[in-house]
Design a protein around this ligand. Sequence first.
Ligand SMILES: Nc1ncnc2c1ncn2[C@@H]1O[C@H](COP(=O)(O)OP(=O)(O)OP(=O)(O)O)[C@@H](O)[C@H]1O
Length: 450
Amino acid sequence: MSRTSTRRRGREFQAALWLARHPGSVLAPGAVTASGMELGWSTTGGITGAAALGLAGWYRAHPDTFDRYAAPHLRAWRRRWVRYVGPRWRDIVRACELSSTHRKTGEELFPRLLRVRSASPHVETLFVKLVKGQHLRHFEAKLPELTEALKAQRVAVERVKPMVIALIVQRSEPFTEVIDAPEMPETVDAVDFTDIYVGEDEYGNEFRLGPLGQHVFIAGATGAGKNSIPASLLRGMAPALRDGLVRLWICDPKQMEFAALAPVAHRYATATEDCAELVGEYVADMQATQRELSAQGQRKITVCRETPLNVLIADEMGALLAYGDGASARELRKSLALVGSQGRATGHSMLGLVQEPTKDTVPVRELFTVRVCLRVTSASHVDMTLGEGARLRGALADEIPNVPETAGIGYVVRQRTRTPLRVRSAYVSDTEITELVDFVRGTTRLRAVS
Ligand SMILES: Nc1ncnc2c1ncn2[C@@H]1O[C@H](COP(=O)(O)OP(=O)(O)OP(=O)(O)O)[C@@H](O)[C@H]1O
């Protein structure tokens, strides 16, 4: 209903509305006061102290679960009240000329901060209710001013629903140094095919992927550092490759970085038709394993020489699917779909690399169980890679600067919470690829052992 009166809403009602919007601010002090009056102030102090101690104990004892479940809420709450408390938010909005004046009452109207989310220490998402007459465009036009006013590195904006937008505020860069290539274990016993080190996450934890039972999709613009992820995985499995427990199948239309691995690959192809044939063989191999498994009454393989882990690396998937000749591309899509849906039990995994996640690659994307989005050139590529809403939740992969210092940086979505996690893969140089190849072929001893 539009306002016709020239009088403002009374202050007592403004206060009541504020309290209704912030029930926590009423309930928390209310609960403490009630407890103090009912149970006595020393008991209440004891309960509050025990809760704080419990939280501190959790923080120290289980960093993983604390960082995942408690930290985002505590951080969001603290930032809400330290950085964006009423007058501060209004000052920022006013300084960026994003407030407006009510025509009749002359009252200054501010876009209202509905919610602050902070899934990682480096990013906050501010959900903002627009003032009538405002549009996403007004905020887009003021992004540079907002970035300065918020003292942020970067601010992005997205429309959430009518009258509500999200400002995604990146505060800092967790990765300022290149991460060394993973060491190669000496023996197969040291390799866990479901858990291989490939880099670090923004909390300083190890970023690990498991090729056994998973298909990994990696999107990133040219120079984003896609190759480091498969290369790190291969280094982590080096003794298994050497001993015939892992077989490598490579589709390499570009014939650049992966060409160095050709000598240790079980199959290697470059032309689209040859790649289609290679993937066809991969499917036949998978189906043969399926028959063996069902003859033995088993549901999945144990990695050994007889039933090795097969890893299919499909570089430039977009090019293979979109620009190759029609029949081969169709054949490839069908075969990849089969591997995607049936290959996990038989130990037939895929690592798919794309420069641009477009509509040709998106249907295939759904076949992959783990997706990594490195620097991409368009905001739409983020959700195309990681799934709807990923960018809104803070996966600003399109905002990663296009400079060599950011290679290998990107996002994965945590399966349980769907929160994007900023990660950086270890960097595997050409020399370290050569070292891997020599190790697998048995022409060198190890440089180092984990
Ligand atoms: N994880 C990393 N950490 C630091 N630097 C890296 C990392 N990965 C790659 N780089 C640097 O970025 C350059 C480009 O990497 P890479 O060739 O893997 O990119 P790409 O995404 O595969 O690009 P293209 O699609 O053009 O092949 C490398 O030569 C290297 O200098």
